[in-house]
Design a binder for this molecule. Structure first.
Ligand SMILES: CCCCC/C=C/C(=O)SCCNC(=O)CCNC(=O)[C@H](O)C(C)(C)COP(=O)(O)OP(=O)(O)OC[C@H]1O[C@@H](n2cnc3c(N)ncnc32)[C@H](O)[C@@H]1OP(=O)(O)O
Length: 385
């Protein structure tokens, strides 16, 4: 389980390996089945994700200790609070049922993760060297696709790093234009809220500091990107995936797309230079509706307010957009790069200063109880946008 980094925090105890035997006739798992299932978990090659790990933790505790008997952790103790919630949710579920559910969950997990690992070799993901993105370069266009569709393309720490790596590569490759889009029904649901659960030894303060450094570097890559950068917004966009649109040169949207920056709801504050770009693009009142009151815009509204360049019916979106992009990519690349420089360069210094200030304000916000409560509520399934 070396590549299963977060499982240790669930404190699952290791047991000796014994042969798996499901007592299906009796429909309850034996102690041996249970111990085997625990061993199987440790042999999984892929991380099943935090939600499954919490379910496993809860079922393990219920099966071994019965109903939740721990005092409720404080709101700032994010990980223990999530674990407590998961266990407590099981109420008075009998130990035998919890044991059976644990064995069943591990069994389904082993088969689903095995089958997904069987299709991996030779796929795009492996050949491009990205785990969270698909990156292609063809016909003068480098296309970066956010590729965590099951998580609505939420941006986890790995994806932040991979987007930066892909942008740096695209700025130097022989393509003329660069496109960012999403795979699946969402463009992106914004920052992956589980990013907040991986607390380093220095505690939440260190986490907030590291996140602010990461965010500043991430947004900086968009400010400095030298070639025309186009967003192809295929579906709903949330949080940072919306705010950085102000740093793109052109934004095309499907009429299925929505634009949502619920920072106050999350106890957070604007980033991606939106506290500056949105005011310039749509004026202070409309920017306040979005950034302070979290008003969600339709694609048509976002277009009317200047955040989106053009909206297309979803049925013809890809065809119409890519026809345009292919034509743009045939224009002389140096002329396009220099024109972008002329248009954008005088704002760069200002944008970097705005970025630095937004990150420093956010660093404080992330430590607020408003923010921590919002994250805990999402992770414990008590809230959704
Ligand atoms: C370090 C730099 C920080 C930069 C600061 C950035 C700030 C922001 O971006 S703020 C915006 C943060 N985003 C959110 O608050 C969105 C949270 N997600 C939701 O409210 C909903 O998931 C939804 C409205 C986006 C979609 O709802 P629905 O259609 O019902 O789909 P599910 O909720 O079932 O989602 C499927 C699957 O994906 C997981 N997921 C979706 N978004 C996120 C996310 N942002 N972070 C983490 N996980 C996310 C969701 O939990 C589901 O997972 P499973 O249950 O495991 O299937």
């Amino acid at each position: 389980m070396s590549d299963f980094p977060d499982f240790s925090y669930l404190q699952v105890i290791s047991f000796p390996v014994v042969q798996l035997h499901m007592n299906r006739a009796a429909m309850t798992a034996s102690q041996k089945d249970f111990e085997n299932a625990m061993n199987q978990v440790k042999l999984l090659k892929k991380d099943p994700g935090n939600e499954v790990k919490l379910k496993l933790y809860a079922l393990y505790k219920q099966a071994t200790e019965g109903p939740c008997n721990m005092p409720k952790p404080g709101v700032f103790d994010l990980i223990n609070k999530a674990k407590w919630d998961a266990w407590n949710t099981l109420g008075s579920l009998p130990k035998e049922t919890a044991r059976q559910n644990y064995v069943d969950l591990v069994s389904s997990l082993s088969s689903s993760l095995e089958s997904s690992s069987q299709v991996e070799p030779g796929t795009d993901r492996k050949s491009t060297g990205y785990e969270t993105l698909m990156v292609t370069s063809e016909g003068g266009i480098t296309k970066i696709t956010l590729n965590r569709p099951a998580k609505k393309n939420a941006i986890n720490v790995e994806m932040y790093h991979e987007i930066m790596r892909a942008l740096k590569a695209a700025s130097k490759d022989d393509s003329s234009i660069t496109v960012l889009t999403g795979n699946g029904d969402y463009y992106s649901s914004g920052n992956d809220l589980t990013n907040f659960t991986d607390i380093p030894p220095g505690g939440v303060e260190e986490k907030a500091k590291n996140s602010a450094i990461l965010l500043r570097e991430f947004v900086g890559c968009f400010i400095d990107f030298p070639k025309p950068l186009i967003a192809v917004v295929n579906g709903p966009a949330v949080g940072i995936s919306v705010t950085i649109l102000g740093l793109f040169d052109v934004v095309y949207a499907s009429d299925r797309a929505t634009f949502h920056t619920p920072f106050s709801h999350l106890g957070q504050s604007p980033e991606g230079c939106s506290s500056y770009t949105f005011l310039k693009i749509m004026g202070p009142a409309k920017a306040t509706e979005m950034l302070v009151f979290g008003k969600k815009l339709t694609a048509g509204e976002a277009c009317a307010q200047g955040l989106v360049t053009a909206v297309f019916p979803d049925s013809t979106f890809q065809k119409e957009v890519w026809t345009r992009l292919k034509a743009f990519a045939k224009l002389p690349p140096n002329a396009m790069r220099i024109s972008k420089e002329v248009i954008r360069n005088r704002e760069k210094e200002k944008l970097h200063a705005v970025n630095a200030e937004e990150c420093s304000v956010l660093q404080e916000r992330w430590l607020s109880d408003e923010c921590m409560n919002a994250v805990v509520n999402f992770l414990s399934r008590k809230s959704k946008l």
